[in-house]
Design a protein around this ligand. Structure first.
Ligand code: NAI
Length: 703
C-alpha cells in the first residue's frame, strides 16, 4: 500500500501537517483523506500547541483534482467538512504558502487562522476558467477577507494576486523572507506565546464598504448577458450570499450553485479543453528521457506580418533573436512595425517603457543571413512561394550550425519538399503561427516525414516557453486547421449559391458562439488572400473537378471586392459596420444560374450549422484516420486556440460528441442523399461511422 501524501510531524511543540503530492500538491482524494486523518491525529495530541500546514516541492496546494470532477460520485462535502473542523480548532492553525495557492489550495489556506507567504507566492481562485466556481467555501471566505468587490473581480476573472497584493487585500497576513516552514513555525510559536485566540474567517463579516450600492446588481446584469457562462451568475449570487447571509446558509448557496455549474455543458467543455491542451503537449511513442536540443538564440527570416510577430514572441519570452531581411527597406519597415506595436502597448499602460526597451534590446536586425549561423533555431517566414522557400531552405542548410533546427512558417506548402531542399531534413519541421503571431495562442507544429524526434520534442517545449498552446499536425494541405476550414468555407459558398445570404450564414454560425461567421471573417482577412489560396491550390491540382467549387470568392476577387479593405465584399461596409450587399447577392444569383444551381427559399439555420460544422467534423475524422492529428482532442485545441471556436462548446469534435455522433452521421447521409455526392463531399469517414455505431467519442479518440 502506498503511504499517504499527508503526514503529521512535530517540530517541538508545534504540529506540522506536511503535504507531499507532486507535482503541484493537488487535492486528490488521497490527499483529502490524508488531511482528514492528519487533523484527527493532531486533535488526539493535546500536547501540540499549534498546527502548521506546509507543502513539499515547488508550491503550496495549487488546486483541486480536476480529474476527480469527472467522477459522477464526486462530492466536495468531505473536504468542506474538514475545512470546518480545521477552522474550528482551538489551537492556532497557520498556512505556510509558497509557490501558488490556487483554487482548493487557497480555500484550504483561508480556513487556517493565519497565512504566511513567501515574497514570490501568488494566490487566486481560477475555477471560472473551467466554467466552475470555488466549491469549498472560497466564495464565502474570500469576500470576508478581501471584501466583496475584489473577491468578485478575482473570482470572475480567475486572475492571481502576488504576495504584496494579497497582503494588501488581507488574504495573507504576513510576507516573510524565511523558508516557508521556518516562517510559519516562528509565527506559530509567537502566537502560542501571546496566547492568541484563533481568528476564524467564517466569523468575519464582509466589510460593508467593500459593497458599494449597485455593485452586485451591475455584476449580475453583466453575468446574465453571458448565459453561456453560468459560473459568472453563480459567483455573483454566492458573493451576495456571503454579504447577506450567515456563513452556514452561504455554504448551502455555494453548494447548490457548485452542483449546477459542475453539471453544466459549459464546464464539461472547458474541462475537456483543460485536459486537451495538456494532452496535446505529449508526443506518442517518444523515446523516454530523450534529450532536447538547447535553444537560447533564435533566428527569424523575413520581417513581414508573420516574421515580425514571431520575433516578438521570442523577445517577449527572453530569447536573443536575430531578424534577417532581404532589403534594408523591408527590414526598417518590419522593425518600425514591431516598435509601433510595443509603443501602443506601453501607451495603454500594459507594458513599462523599461520592459519595452529590454525586449527590443534582445532583437538584432540584420541584412546578413550568416548572422543566423549562431542561432539554435531559425524560423523562415518569407513569401509563400515554393521556389523561394526551397532556395532559402538550401541556404539555411548551409548557414545554420550543425544541430540547429530549421523551421518553416508555411501555411500551405509541402513541408517535406522544403525539408528535402535543406539537405538536412531531420532538422526541419513546420511552425505554423497564426496572425497576429504575438497574440494568437495556437501554434501548429508540423512534423515532416523525416523530422527527428528530438527536433519535434524541442519545438513543442519551445512553444510552451513562448506561451503558446501547441498541437502537432502531419503534412497535408492546410494541416489540421486550414484543411477543416476549407470544408467549412466550401459549404458556406454553396449555401450562398443556393440562396442563403451572408448575414443569414454568419448569424447561424455566430449563434454557436463563434466570434465571426465565415463571410465576415473572409471580408476581414481579405477576399484577395482567400481567393489566391484557392487559385494556388487549384494550380497544384488539389481541387475536386467541380466547376462550382468556391466560385463566389473567386468572382468577388475578379470584381475587386476584397472585403473590408475595399469597402465591399460579401458585405458592404459603412465604416467598419457590415451591411447587406445587394450587389453580391446578385452576383451569387448570377453564378447559380450560370452553373444550373436551383435557388431555394427554405434554408434554415439548422441546415447552415449542419452543413458547415458537420462536414468539418467529418474532415476532422479523416484527419484522425490518416494519422495527421494524434488525437481528436488536439483538433479541439486547434479550433479553440486558433480559430475562435468557443471554449464553452469544447471544440468541433466535442460539439459533435455532445450532439451525438449517430445524429451527425445521419445528417451527413441525409445531405449525401438530398444533394447528391459526386465529389465525395458527404462520404462519411469510416472512423466516424464506426465510432457512431459503437457509441464512441471523437474528442476521446487517439489513433
Ligand atoms: P509578408 O509578405 O508580410 O512577409 C514576407 C517577408 O519576407 C517580406 O518582408 C519579405 O521582404 C521577406 N523576404 C522575402 N524574401 C526574403 C529573403 N530571401 N530573405 C529574407 N526575407 C525575405 O508575408 P507573411 O504574411 O508574413 O507570410 C510569411 C509566411 O507566413 C508565408 O509562408 C505565409 O504563408 C505564412 N503565414 C501567413 C499567415 C498570415 O496570416 N499572413 C498566417 C500563417 C502563416
Amino acid at each position: 500500500m502506498s503511504s499517504s501524501p499527508v503526514t503529521l510531524r512535530s517540530e517541538g511543540a508545534i504540529g506540522v501537517l506536511h503535504i507531499d503530492n507532486p507535482p503541484v500538491n493537488a487535492l486528490s482524494p488521497a490527499t483529502v483523506q490524508g488531511l482528514i486523518d492528519g487533523l484527527a491525529a493532531f486533535e488526539a495530541k493535546p500536547e501540540l500547541q499549534a498546527l502548521v500546514l506546509h507543502c513539499e516541492g515547488r508550491t503550496f496546494v495549487a488546486g483541486g483534482d480536476i480529474a476527480a470532477f469527472e467522477d459522477p460520485a464526486f462530492s466536495a462535502a468531505p473536504f468542506n467538512a474538514f475545512l470546518g473542523r480545521l477552522e474550528a480548532c482551538s489551537r492556532p492553525v497557520i498556512a505556510a504558502i509558497h509557490g501558488t495557492a490556487l483554487g482548493g489550495g487557497l480555500e484550504l489556506a483561508m480556513a487556517c487562522h493565519w497565512r504566511v507567504a513567501t515574497p514570490t507566492a501568488r494566490v487566486g481562485l481560477p475555477e471560472v476558467k473551467l466554467g466552475l466556481i470555488p466549491g469549498s467555501l472560497g466564495t464565502q471566505r474570500l469576500p470576508r477577507l478581501a471584501g466583496a468587490e475584489l473577491a468578485l473581480d478575482l473570482m470572475l476573472s480567475g486572475r492571481m494576486l502576488n504576495a504584496t497584493q494579497a497582503k494588501a487585500a488581507s488574504i495573507v497576513d504576513e510576507i516573510s523572507d524565511l523558508p516557508p516552514l521556518q516562517a510559519a513555525l516562528a509565527r506559530a510559536q509567537a502566537l502560542v506565546n501571546e496566547k492568541w485566540a484563533p481568528r476564524r474567517t467564517s466569523a468575519l463579516t464582509v466589510p460593508p464598504a467593500s459593497l458599494p450600492d449597485g455593485l452586485l446588481d451591475k455584476a449580475l446584469a453583466q453575468a446574465k448577458a453571458k448565459p453561456q457562462y453560468p459560473a459568472h451568475e453563480a459567483i455573483v449570487e454566492c458573493v451576495r450570499a456571503a454579504a447577506t447571509l450567515p456563513f452556514a446558509q452561504g455554504e448551502q448557496v455555494e453548494a447548490q450553485w457548485f452542483a449546477r455549474v459542475l453539471r453544466s455543458g459549459t464546464s464539461k467543455a472547458m474541462r475537456h479543453l483543460f485536459f486537451a491542451e495538456r494532452a496535446a503537449e505529449k508526443i506518442p511513442a517518444m523515446p523516454r528521457n530523450l534529450a532536447l536540443r538547447p535553444v537560447q538564440k533564435v533566428g527569424v527570416l523575413g520581417a513581414g506580418t508573420m516574421g515580425g510577430g514571431i520575433a516578438m514572441c521570442f523577445i517577449n519570452a527572453g530569447f536573443e533573436t536575430v531578424l534577417v531581411e532581404a532589403s534594408a527597406e523591408a527590414l526598417e519597415r518590419g522593425m518600425a512595425t514591431i516598435r509601433k506595436n510595443y509603443d501602443s502597448t506601453v501607451s495603454k499602460g500594459k507594458l513599462s517603457a523599461e520592459e519595452r526597451d529590454r525586449r527590443l534590446a534582445r532583437l538584432t536586425p540584420s541584412l546578413n543571413d550568416t548572422d543566423l549561423g549562431s542561432c539554435d533555431i531559425v524560423i523562415e517566414a518569407v513569401f509563400e512561394n515554393m521556389a523561394l522557400k526551397q532556395q532559402i531552405a538550401a541556404r539555411l542548410g548551409q548557414v545554420c550550425k550543425p544541430g540547429a533546427i530549421i523551421a518553416t512558417n508555411t501555411s500551405t506548402l509541402d513541408v517535406d519538399v522544403i525539408a528535402q531542399a535543406s539537405g538536412r531534413a531531420a532538422d526541419v519541421l513546420g511552425t505554423h503561427f497564426f496572425s497576429p503571431a504575438n497574440v494568437m495562442r495556437l501554434l501548429e507544429v508540423v512534423r515532416g516525414a523525416q523530422t527527428a524526434p528530438d527536433v519535434l520534442a524541442t519545438v513543442m517545449g519551445l512553444a510552451k516557453r513562448i506561451g503558446k498552446v501547441a498541437a502537432v499536425s502531419g503534412v497535408c494541405y492546410g494541416f489540421i486547421g486550414n484543411r477543416m476550414a476549407e470544408v467549412y468555407m466550401r459549404e458556406a459558398e454553396f449555401l450562398l449559391l443556393e440562396g442563403a445570404t451572408p448575414g443569414q450564414i454568419d448569424q447561424a454560425i455566430e449563434s454557436l458562439g463563434l466570434a465571426m461567421g465565415p463571410c465576415r471573417m473572409l471580408d476581414m482577412a481579405g477576399i484577395d488572400v482567400g481567393a489566391k489560396t484557392v487559385i494556388e491550390y487549384e494550380k497544384a491540382g488539389g481541387l475536386p473537378p467541380d466547376a462550382t467549387y468556391r466560385v463566389v470568392v473567386r468572382k468577388l476577387f475578379e470584381l475587386g471586392q476584397f472585403g473590408q479593405k475595399t469597402g465591399t465584399g460579401y458585405y458592404r461596409y459603412e465604416g467598419r459596420t457590415p451591411v447587406a450587399n445587394p450587389e453580391t447577392q446578385a452576383t451569387c444569383a448570377a453564378l447559380a444560374q450560370q452553373h444550373g444551381i436551383a435557388r431555394r427559399g427554405d434554408i434554415t439555420d439548422a441546415e447552415i450549422i449542419e452543413r458547415l460544422i458537420y462536414s468539418m467534423v467529418n474532415e476532422g475524422a479523416r484527419i484522425l484516420e490518416e494519422g495527421i492529428a494524434y488525437r481528436g482532442s488536439d483538433i479541439d485545441v486547434v479550433w479553440t486556440a486558433g480559430y475562435g471556436f468557443p471554449d464553452f462548446q469544447g471544440g468541433p469534435m466535442f460539439l459533435a460528441d455532445e450532439r451525438g455522433l449517430a445524429h451527425v452521421v445521419q445528417r451527413l447521409d441525409h445531405y449525401a442523399a438530398t444533394r447528391g455526392n459526386p465529389y465525395g463531399y458527404w462520404t462519411v469517414s469510416p472512423l466516424l461511422r464506426r465510432l457512431a455505431s459503437e457509441g464512441g467519442r471523437l474528442s476521446q479518440y487517439a489513433g
